[in-house]
Ligand binder design. Structure first.
Ligand SMILES: [Zn+2]
Length: 282
């Protein structure tokens, strides 16, 4: 029987039978893997906290019959600020689903693990910034997945971006308004390219483009150290990052859909609360 110990982030926890729980975890050296926790419902409160989703815990595992089992778990960081806020819980689940998508079994976790931990920490300690945190996470995750866009200048004329511009999602590049209007006047942009991919152009302000450029190239610890002050730039930034990540991963995520549904429902039943939340974030 092989034993090993490691810190790991719990991406998912699903009850299995009456008293067991199947954990999906992500560890720096071991990548993403499954492990079974026996007696999950009869654990003492402190131990149980170490087996909750989106918790960073120190585990002892043993392997038997080709299955990994949890011998012990001790919570290192529970990110308490996300636990009683439905928006933050859905976003934490989204972060975990994207981290699972961008990691593999028997492959070191690489940059997606510190990004996920950093995002969970920011979600836990920050108020009114959910949408901006989500957006920065999305763009950086796309870069980690190998889809880093070229954001330093206009892809067509190579001029620095100083005004209205567009993110060409499929090509991962910026195009300034002058170039877009010029090319559209000469030959209207095709709705689909040769590969059948739909052309997606997300309008951006100069500030939103600068923020995208910053997030894509900042040192890992500084990814969230930027500010957008005007609502138009925030909205454009958030719209661009979500479109960019989902297009390049070629899928959506259940937790993201739930997050959006909850926000839409809140906007219908509590328009003032939703408006206040929007003014705080995007
Ligand atoms: Zn241009």
């Amino acid at each position: 029987m092989q034993h090993f110990s490691t810190d790991a982030l719990i991406l998912r926890a699903v009850d299995r039978g009456d008293n067991d729980r199947l954990l999906t975890v992500l560890a720096a050296n071991y990548g993403r893997f499954y492990a079974i926790l026996k007696g999950a419902h009869s654990m003492r409160r402190r131990e149980a906290a170490a087996a909750e989703p989106f918790t960073w815990s120190n585990f002892e595992f043993y392997e038997r019959g080709g299955v990994k089992w949890v011998k012990s778990a001790t919570a290192q960081e529970t990110f308490p600020g996300i636990r009683y806020d439905m928006d933050k819980l859905f976003l934490a689940a989204y972060v975990a689903e994207v981290a699972a998508e961008l990691s593999d079994e028997r492959e070191p976790a690489g940059e997606i693990l510190p990004l996920a931990l950093n995002t969970l920490h920011k979600l836990s300690v920050t108020k009114g910034e959910n949408e901006m945190l989500k957006a920065a996470f999305e763009l950086r995750a796309a870069c980690i997945a190998g889809f880093a866009p070229e954001l330093h200048s206009c892809h067509s004329c190579h001029a620095l971006i100083t005004g209205e511009n567009y993110l060409d999602v499929m090509n991962g590049a910026l195009i300034c308004a002058d170039c877009l209007h010029r090319s559209a006047a000469l030959a209207p942009l095709p709705e689909f390219n040769d590969l059948g991919e739909r052309t997606v152009l997300v309008p951006l302000t100069a500030a939103a483009a600068a923020a995208l450029c910053y997030v894509a190239s900042a040192p890992a610890r500084r990814v969230f150290s930027f500010q957008l002050t005007d609502e138009a730039s925030k909205h454009a930034f958030c719209r661009a990052t979500e479109a960019y990540l989902l297009h390049h991963l070629e899928r959506s995520f259940p937790s993201l859909e739930q997050y959006k549904k909850t926000r839409a429902m809140l906007a219908r039943i509590q328009p003032n609360a939703a408006k206040a939340a929007d003014e705080e974030s995007c």
